[in-house]
Design a protein around this ligand. Structure first.
Ligand code: ADP
Length: 871
């Protein structure tokens, strides 16, 4: 039988039932309390003391609480860990209410809707995403509640949806019902919270926000997202922008693993921003600019005109140093307009925010002027689009005090001279103060107490304070005791009380009127949110362009020359981040030369010589070029890449628990299945994760596949020396190597990429560099010499594709394959001399047969050959 509960716990339970998946913070006086399971889990997560509410031992109710003043910190901790928090407030004043105080949830804070934007978070977007199944694939909508951005797209598969969710770094996904179990699992693994919104609302807001969309599935997913916000946020969404549909196919596609590999946003080792491309490029001056730069980095463009327009502007800013300096100085003074707009809509803006808004707006005419002096068509549209919103700036300037307090309810926010009535109240207060000063003087003279003083506090109001030593001197009649301190007594007199009423009356009226006026100003600004958001977007764009100009100047980047005919020619290219860490002197620039007839560069060279740096360098250059930035080279002719695929480094995907080799194969497979002739593929030492023959066989097959069927521009680095012979067979493949020389037995890296294959592998030299013991190195050298004497590994002849997609030019057959003289395909023995008998030869071959790398069919074939040759 259920135990009878107190009325309060009954109320608690009623509210809690509505928010089963959230921590319920239940306001009790100065605390927010958690009960039952919430309390047990909350105490653990927040390191609070767990107590018990009920006095009876057999029915204890676990409880813990946080002080209401510090609640934000606790909320942030829970949100960070991926939980939701429902804030349940007292809706009546407990002092004046009989019986149970009414309580309601006023806000549901979730990872996707949190507005904690201090520190680094200010430079990041926090996206909430909604996902729904469409006719084919998924529809996906996202919003950043603090900026009001609202976008929607469609993806064709579950993998595509997941990739986009991860790219957006979304922390919460809203769905209508259960999603595919595999997707659910992937979300859980990545600590992405899934929230269910069963009801799709049909309110005016929804209709407005979806009005520009033509696709029904997209309309529905936006409606779902907005419905979730309307149900959970319980506050104005006036700043949400009408949903804009985008197509992933209009941007360069880089899957999320490749983005991680290329360290675009996060450093592979530290997980931080330092050492990434975003870190290098982010010379923006505003938080909006910084966020936009990340969006551009996340979605490089495909449209040559759009890219060139960015180049034109960067070039202009690069050429006009002083104008650029001025522009930067103005931009520094621009605050985060997007988020200010959000706060206006929420009604959470204060006087200081409005002053920030005004200061920001006041920079706009100066910025327009700078753009006009540049006097080039490049900035025409942009300059005109910058709306200085003088009406708003003037209103704030007139109404709001230059240095207002944070609180908007305690007065001091509105300027003198803005409102006649307010000025009158203020006069009364001012006179009152003057009068108090006079009264103090009068009392001093009448009592002869020179240190008598009149003060004020919130509890007791105005008082006359006299030290204990002097109390005896006071006349008994007028002085009424109010408060006793250690060394002094405080009194009131009828005269003081009368003036107090007047002064405090004026003060109350004044603060109430100030708040009223403040709200009016806020509402007037709210009317203009649309314009504010447009202005913010334009300034953000300008900020990113000036950042590009600055990095172009600082690091000597050049304007890329784009083409559509697969010509890739980079002269003296550099890896911008590695270079920055090294200083300009030491970095060895390298060319990447791939004409329209070259699809694969096969890169050899010792470990640590710079192969993967060379590959990453090209990928970063391509990304930079297509985001509208200049690139680290002396000259760069680039095709526009539709996608970039990478298989770099040996990072285990710890999150999904896949092994290194499996990840390697999956990434390679993704590239092989999806790349086109317009794509860029980077394969770093493919096949390394498995046995030698196995790995080499795979590597060769992959090269052939790319060469014959895909045709993407591909950089393929390998430690399988033997593969360099492939250039005789595959006419779109070129060998290059990263140079190293030996000086006095020491290996010296040159970091210079030159045509042709490397002469050897230098693995033992690198081991020596790493400090391995001398006897071990000596032994390794011995073994190497023996092995080299014994056998030579050669690649299998190139398979004959029936119909290569790219026509292969007829070439002299390479002397690689010598099947006809009876040698094995995979490991040709060194010629034994013509005199050896057939039997000897076969015996030798049998001895060396590597059964483990052969299929039963291979063995059958081989035995058949031997039979034939013995007949
Ligand atoms: P690999 O892939 O051949 O093992 P990496 O590309 O990882 O080698 O390069 C190893 C190190 O060599 C890098 O960390 C960098 O310090 C240095 N390096 C690479 N390329 C260059 C270059 N072009 N100029 C100067 N130093 C370089």
């Amino acid at each position: 039988m259920a135990k009878k509960q107190t009325p309060m716990m009954e109320q608690y339970q009623r509210v809690k039932d509505q928010y089963p998946d959230a921590f319920l913070f239940y306001r009790l006086g100065d605390f927010y309390e958690m009960f039952n399971d919430d309390a047990v889990k909350g105490a653990q997560l927040l390191e609070l003391t767990l107590t018990s509410r009920s006095k009876s031992k057999d029915n204890p109710i676990p409880m813990c609480g946080v002080p209401h003043r510090a609640v934000d910190n606790y909320i942030d901790i829970l949100i960070d860990k991926g939980y939701k928090v429902a804030i349940c407030e007292q809706m009546e004043d407990p002092k004046t209410t009989k019986g149970m105080v009414k309580r309601e949830v006023t806000r549901l804070v979730t990872p996707g809707t949190t507005m904690d934007l201090s520190g680094e978070a200010a430079k990041q977007n926090n996206y909430l995403t909604a996902l729904s199944k469409g006719d084919s694939g998924y529809n996906l909508a996202y919003t950043d509640l603090s900026t009001g951005e609202l976008k929607v797209t469609s993806v064709d598969s579950e993998a595509g949806a997941l990739n986009e969710l991860i790219n957006l770094q979304t922390r919460e996904v809203v769905t209508e019902e259960e999603v595919a179990p595999s997707l659910d699992k992937a979300l859980t693994q990545r600590n992405i919270l899934r929230s269910v919104q069963l009801q799709v609302l049909n309110q005016a807001e929804v209709a407005y926000l979806t009005q520009d969309l033509t696709n029904q599935g997209q309309q529905r997913v936006v409606a779902l997202l907005v419905s979730y916000l309307l149900t959970t946020q319980k506050r104005s969404l006036a700043h949400l922008q009408r949903a804009v549909a985008y197509q992933l196919s209009s941007f360069m596609k880089i899957d999320h693993r490749s983005k991680v590999n290329l360290e675009l946003m996060t450093n592979l080792r530290s997980g931080k921003r330092q050492g990434t491309l975003a870190w290098l490029l982010d010379e923006t001056k505003t938080a909006m600019g910084s966020r936009l730069l990340k969006q551009w980095l996340d979605r490089p463009l495909l449209d040559q005109d759009k890219i060139e327009r960015r180049y034109d502007r960067v070039q202009e800013l690069l050429d006009h140093y002083f104008e650029r300096q001025n522009l930067q100085e103005e931009l520094i003074k621009v605050y985060d307009l997007e988020r200010l707009a959000g706060r206006v809509a929420y009604g959470s803006i204060n006087g200081r925010d409005l002053i920030q808004l005004k200061t920001s707006l006041q920079q706009v005419p100066k910025i327009k002027y700078i753009l006009q002096t540049l006097d080039v068509p490049a900035f025409d549209g942009l300059e005109q689009a910058l709306d200085p919103m003088e009406d708003v700036a003037t209103l704030i300037d007139r109404a709001i005090a230059p240095e207002p307090p944070i609180s908007v309810t305690d007065g001091g926010v509105i300027n003198d001279g803005y409102n006649h009535q307010l000025d009158e109240y203020r006069n009364a207060m001012q006179n009152g103060k003057h009068w108090i000063a006079q009264l103090q003087e009068k009392e001093r003279q009448e009592t002869g107490i020179n240190n008598l003083k009149i003060g004020y506090n919130h509890v007791f109001g105005y008082y006359i304070e006299v030290t204990k030593a002097n109390v005896a001197k006071l006349p008994a009649d007028r002085y009424e005791r109010k408060q006793t301190l250690v060394n002094a007594e405080r009194f009131a007199t009828p005269e003081l009380k009368e003036k107090e009423t007047l002064i405090l009356g004026a003060q109350d009226k004044s603060t109430a009127l100030e708040y009223e006026l403040f709200v009016k100003v806020r509402e007037a600004v709210k009317e203009q949110i649309d314009r504010l958001q447009k202005l913010a977007a334009n300034l953000a764009g300008l900020d990113v362009l000036q950042a590009f100009a600055k990095v172009a100047e600082d690091y000597h980047f050049v304007r890329p020359e784009l083409n559509h005919d697969h010509r890739l020619k980079i002269e003296k290219g550099r890896h911008p981040v590695v270079e920055k860490f090294m200083g300009h002197q030491e970095y060895v620039p390298n060319d990447v030369l791939m004409g329209d007839q070259t699809s694969i560069l096969l890169i050899t060279g010792p470990n640590m010589s710079g192969k993967s740096t060379y590959m990453r360098q090209l990928a970063l250059t391509a990304v930079m070029a297509q985001m509208g930035c200049f690139v680290p080279a002396q000259r760069a002719q680039l095709p526009i890449f539709d996608q970039i695929f990478t298989r770099i480094g040996a990072a285990d995907d710890l999150v999904s628990g896949e092994s290194t080799f499996m990840v390697e194969m999956m990434e390679a497979n993704n590239a092989l299945q999806n790349a086109t002739k317009d794509s860029l593929i980077l394969f770093d030492e493919i096949g390394r994760g498995t046995a030698t023959y196995d790995g080499m066989a795979l590597a060769q097959a992959i090269i052939e596949f790319v060469h014959n069927r895909v045709g993407a521009k591909t950089l393929f680095s390998t430690h399988y020396h033997e593969l360099t012979a492939l250039d005789a067979e595959l006419d779109q493949l070129k060998n290059v190597h990263v140079g190293a020389t030996e000086e006095n037995g020491e290996l010296v890296f040159l970091h210079k990429v030159t045509p042709g294959p490397a002469d050897k592998s230098y693995g033992i030299h690198v081991a020596k560099l790493a400090g391995m013991p001398h006897p071990l190195l000596k032994r390794a050298n011995q073994i190497l010499t023996d092995l080299e004497g014994q056998a030579e590994v050669k690649p299998k002849p190139v398979s004959q594709e029936k119909k290569p997609v790219i026509p292969v030019k007829e070439k002299e057959p390479a002397p690689l394959l010598q099947e006809d003289n009876g040698q094995l395909e995979l490991f040709a023995t060194k010629p034994q001399g013509n005199q050896s008998s057939k039997a000897d030869k076969i015996a030798h071959q049998v001895k060396n047969l590597d059964l483990m790398s052969m299929t039963p069919m291979d063995v059958m074939n081989q035995v058949f050959k031997w039979q034939q040759s013995l007949k």
